[in-house]
Design a protein around this ligand. Structure first.
Ligand code: ADP
Ligand code: MG
Length: 165
């Protein structure tokens, strides 16, 4: 995204990245790194910050351990257009949806979009389950500590496995 006048219309959005299956971009960690590079190179986004990569135990699902991260982008895309851009990247990484909470090559969730609150059929912001997930809150706290309640995160970490990679 070119810097300049357009920046006046930009919003900061936080994106949760995760996956636990190998795909076109390599293993799950390779895929998360590939997705971060795609965000950085996207014509309508500027990558402002990215967390470290974490490993996590599946929550509400079976399968292999996950790799997770959180990114902050500036974008001039509207919320739904940003979601569709993220879904395009998921598809490029070979994402399939055989059943709910199935193992996946790449999951890109729109966590926060400025101070937007919305609830439509296709998109809910803030992401409705982000506050229940250590694998979201821990990497989010790395890049935006003001957005995470440390006591809530500490509580989640008692029951959800998460570790730095
Ligand atoms: P998961 O809930 O495990 O991330 P999917 O990635 O398959 O599952 O997403 C299911 C649906 O959730 C998507 O089709 C999308 O329309 C919807 N959705 C609603 N709010 C959001 C959000 N904030 N970020 C990403 N997807 C969302
Ligand atoms: Mg998702």
């Amino acid at each position: 995204m070119s810097l300049g006048l357009a920046q006046a219309y930009c919003v900061q959005a936080y994106i949760g990245l995760g996956g636990n299956l190998a795909g076109a971009a390599g293993n799950a960690a390779d895929t998360v790194r590939w997705a971060l590079a795609q965000l950085a190179n996207h014509p309508s986004m500027a990558l402002l910050a990215q967390s470290a990569l974490y490993g996590s135990s599946p929550v509400d699902a079976g399968g292999a351990d996950y790799v997770n991260a959180v990114a902050c982008v500036a974008t001039d895309l509207a919320p739904l257009d940003l979601l569709h851009a993220l879904q395009t990247l998921e598809n490029q990484a070979g994402r399939e949806r055989p059943y709910r909470n199935a193992p996946r090559t790449l999951d890109l969730d729109l966590l926060l979009y400025g101070d937007c609150h919305m609830d439509s059929v296709e998109l809910t912001i803030p992401h409705p389950r982000m506050a229940e997930r250590a694998f979201v809150l821990q990497p989010l706290a790395d890049i935006a500590p003001h957005l995470v309640n440390p006591q809530a995160l500490a509580h989640l970490r008692l029951s959800q496995g998460i570790w730095p990679l």
